[in-house]
Design a protein around this ligand. Structure first.
Ligand SMILES: [Zn+2]
Length: 169
């Protein structure tokens, strides 16, 4: 495993740990460009669960703080959980994210396996490479802590595939 990926994933995990303290699904994200962290995000209590994802927050900050939003270095998005379809599509739409590195695959809502062949030209051209498995076990432990403690009705179904993965069933 790349030490660089591990270093940045540790920062994403720090964000996810803050989300866990907030009582929400622990997901943290970091955006890196030219060897610098240019964006951070996490799930927060009170955020809209369908819109305000960790990756969106990190990409928003990155595109505000990067030299400018349309030109500059290719960015890498690190997330503790495989980005959902919305976040993956947002990464394509920014035309700046070249790589997506995540810790744990999301068998419930993961969206990075959208086949490039079905996309229209704008998205095909900027299709980022996605790779999982960086610090996977550490993040599974974090997700397990959340599922053991949560009363959130959204996650109540014991057969939810992400819950089953986290609980090692
Ligand atoms: Zn998302």
């Amino acid at each position: 495993m790349s030490e660089v990926h591990k270093k940045y994933m540790q920062l994403a995990i720090k964000e996810a740990e803050k989300a866990l303290v907030d009582g929400v699904l622990p997901v943290g994200a970091i955006v890196v460009g030219d060897g610098k962290v240019v964006g951070r995000g996490r799930r927060r209590a009170g955020d809209h669960p369908y819109l305000d994802h960790a990756e969106i927050g990190a990409m928003r900050e990155a595109l505000q703080t990067a030299s400018n939003s349309t030109e500059g270095p290719m960015l890498t998005l690190y997330s503790t959980l495989e980005p959902c379809l919305m976040c993956f599509a947002t990464a394509l739409n920014t035309r700046r994210i070249g790589n997506i590195i995540y810790a744990v695959e999301d068998p419930y809502g993961g969206g990075t396996s959208l086949p490039q062949s079905v996309l229209t030209p704008r998205y095909k051209e900027w299709y980022p490479k996605a790779q999982g498995g960086v610090m996977r076990e550490e993040v599974i432990k974090l997700l397990r802590k959340f599922f053991m403690a949560t009363n959130d009705p959204y996650w109540a179904n014991p057969e939810n595939p992400l819950r089953k993965l986290a609980e090692n069933r």
